[in-house]
Design a protein around this ligand. Structure first.
Ligand code: EPU
Length: 302
């Protein structure tokens, strides 16, 4: 979708927003899939309520992008514009055991930066691509930990209130790959409280998680991590593997040979290819195990 309304175009600079017309979403997603649309790069949080009012007044549908690492975007010219935060400098400020982190900060770099300052707890998330904001919204987790456990405060744009607010941790619920934030709330910043640990000890934990991940996940390939959530007490990857589906493909959308819950773009897969493969696997798992798999990946299609 193209923004051609002169009122919106004229207001963007004052609101601290840079317009990138015709951005290919395939360049902003780890799957390397997605059509084109206008991208609004937000440089100051304070401009967000006015920006959203403006887009809504003029009937411009919009979506909010984090790191694009858990996202499957549709093909062709997209029927909405995309907003994203520009990372400030610095993006992480430490004070004692607290880390104040901008939502646009890179998750892995933040984990490493905190580790170097003897703050641990987040070792499991090393190697998970994406931003802090995305990790927060999804309550990203791995190897027995989840980011929600360390959250003390979240600064967000509350769509329902149409304003920026700060929520305390006891006002938010964090569950497996799910949070109580509304779908159109925008994560802006978070304050984490992390346990003190010597860097060397954290590094050991990081090495172990890296090793586990390298041996079981297709890290060098274009993917969005796990496609399906694990149903309670079950493993989606194991069920798909047991059906012998590793390597199954629709065009260049392919089930990884290394981990059956990772679907990779082995070349120039389209969203349609990937969605067909996802639908096919859901059906087969449902038939064989009587289990309805739920998407873990976020789908923006239409
Ligand atoms: N398994 C198979 N075949 C496969 C894949 C897995 O038999 O192709 C078996 C494994 O041998 C193991 C079990 O299934 O016994 C679970 O596999 P794994 O330890 O790889 O973990 P997972 O449940 O598939 C979850 C998260 C990952 C996270 C890892 C490590 C979900 C959907 N996935 O995977 O998160 O990295 O644990 O903690 O919760 C993601 O969210 O995108 C993601 C990759």
């Amino acid at each position: 979708m193209r923004i051609d309304n002169p009122k919106i175009l004229a207001a963007l600079p004052e609101l601290g927003v840079e317009l990138r017309p015709g951005q290919a979403m395939s360049e902003l997603t780890s799957l390397g899939i997605g059509g084109t649309t206008d991208l609004l790069r937000i440089k100051k949080h304070e401009g967000i309520p006015d920006l959203l009012n403006l887009l809504e007044q003029h009937g411009v549908p919009h979506k909010f992008l984090g790191g694009g690492s858990n996202l499957l975007v549709g093909d062709g010219e997209l029927p909405w514009v995309v907003m994203t935060l520009v990372k400030p400098d610095p993006d992480v400020v430490l004070s004692g055991n607290f880390a104040q982190i901008d939502a646009a900060a890179d998750l892995g770099r933040t984990v490493t930066y905190c580790a170097k300052n003897d703050l641990g707890g987040m070792e499991g998330l090393i190697g998970v691509p994406g931003t802090i904001g995305g990790a927060l919204r999804m309550n990203a987790g791995a190897y027995g930990m989840q980011i929600g456990s360390y959250v003390r405060e979240v600064k967000l744009y509350r769509a329902a209130e149409r304003k920026i607010e700060i929520l305390r941790h006891d006002q938010i619920s964090f569950e497996y790959r799910h949070t109580s934030f509304a779908p159109d709330d925008m994560m802006l910043a978070v304050k984490l409280e992390l346990p003190s640990k010597p860097f060397k000890e954290i590094l050991q934990g990081i090495r172990i998680c890296n090793e586990k991940r390298r041996s079981s996940q297709p890290l060098g390939q274009k993917s969005a991590g796990c496609i399906f959530k694990n149903p309670p007490g079950k493993s989606a990857g194991r069920m798909i593997d047991e059906l012998g589906l590793k390597g199954l493909n629709v065009g260049d959308a392919r089930i990884s040979d290394r981990h059956a819950n990772f679907f990779v773009n082995a070349g120039s897969a389209s969203a349609k290819d990937m969605l067909t493969l996802i639908g096919d696997v859901r059906e087969r798992v449902n038939k064989a195990f009587d289990v309805e798999l739920e998407h873990e990946v976020v789908v923006w299609n239409g």
